[in-house]
Design a protein around this ligand. Structure first.
Ligand code: F6P
Length: 328
């Protein structure tokens, strides 16, 4: 592996924000100071890199941010960074500030950007998985996933109260883009009647059978979790189909939406973010470039970004089985 002398590192957050991003920034900056490095923050992700929104950070910038949701460096999705000219502008701005290496905290799109940038301009880069979707390979969990699941489950508990009072069937849509990780966790954690995820097709007839069986078993209220990227459509679409076939059900739809992206990070996200922030700085100092720092079986591992972004991380077959056993 190449080994460059690294003195100045820039950190930024990109793509959809996730609870724990602030904790990761703090860990990166603190670890940088520990190793006597100069630390910079890039505001608004790749867009800010192109617009030269790059500032030197001191310890005051990162005081009391560990416990806060969102990202104080802000985040953006940049169309210009997808172009070669945009990336060239960004590179020139990094050079102006004498930046030797960068750490990007984000999801697959953000890591893809870092991978391309490294190939084109040779700036050493490490990724930290920060997304509520948990859809990156090379880590058991991504930062923000645990908090988002907790938020979803707490919201569903509240829906459960009113569903029970009125003997209703609720379809609750959760985020996750094309992945069903939040959905399957929320389904198990909230005793859902069924969980529909993009990775597994559940024919509408099977859902109908399940609901009928539950009615027979004297279950008067039901919650069905629908992952937003589901193959049979979103919660509203599925609710419409069920209404046509089972008109006696009193059906409601709730879309949890961006609620799942906010809030104070859970203890597990804080610890994960802290571990990965330190790991990213240490990785760069040990010449590990174009990789993502992740945690597998409680150990830090570095995975080539090209592998982490393949989109082949699968929902555990056993989780799906458990959800099924517990909902019949
Ligand atoms: O990737 C995180 C995520 O929250 C997805 O779960 C969701 O599909 C998407 O971002 C929403 O993006 P935006 O905030 O741009 O609408």
């Amino acid at each position: 592996m190449e080994n460059k002398t690294i003195k100045r590192i820039a950190v930024f957050t990109s793509g959809g924000d996730a609870p724990g991003m602030n904790a990761a920034i703090r860990a990166v900056v603190r670890a940088g100071f520990y190793y006597n490095l100069e630390m910079f923050g890039i505001y608004r992700g790749y867009e800010g890199m192109i617009q030269n929104e790059i500032k030197k950070l001191d310890s005051k910038n990162i005081a009391h941010i560990l416990e806060r949701g969102g990202t104080f460096l802000k985040s953006a999705r940049s169309a210009e960074f997808r172009t070669e000219e945009g990336r060239k502008k960004a590179y020139e701005n990094l050079k102006k500030h004498g930046i030797d290496a960068m750490i990007v905290i984000g999801g697959d799109g953000s890591l893809t950007g870092a991978h391309l940038f490294y190939k084109e301009h040779g700036i050493p880069a490490i990724g930290i998985p920060g997304t509520i979707d948990n859809d990156l390979a090379g880590t058991d969990l991504t930062i923000g996933f645990d908090t988002a699941c907790n938020t979803a489950i707490q919201a569903i508990d509240k829906i459960r109260d009113t569903a029970t009072s009125h003997d209703r069937l609720f379809f609750v849509e959760v985020m996750g883009r094309d992945a069903g990780f939040i959905a399957i966790n929320a389904g198990i954690g909230s005793a859902a009647a069924a969980t529909l995820i993009p990775e597994k097709k559940m024919p509408i007839e099977r859902l109908i059978e399940r609901l009928k069986a539950r009615t027979k078993a004297m279950k008067t209220s039901n919650i069905v979790i629908v992952a937003e990227g589901g193959k049979s459509g979103g919660a509203a679409e599925i609710a419409d189909k069920i209404k046509k076939q089972l008109p006696y059900f009193d059906i409601k739809v709730t879309i949890l939406g961006h609620l799942q992206r906010g809030g104070a990070p859970s203890s597990s996200d804080r610890v994960l973010a802290s571990k990965l922030g330190v790991a990213a700085v240490e990785g760069l100092l040990h010449g590990k470039y174009d990789v993502m720092a992740g945690v597998i079986n409680n150990k830090v591992v570095y995975t080539p970004i090209s592998k982490a972004i393949l989109g082949d991380k699968e929902v555990d077959e056993d989780d799906f089985r458990i959800a099924k056993i517990l909902s019949t």
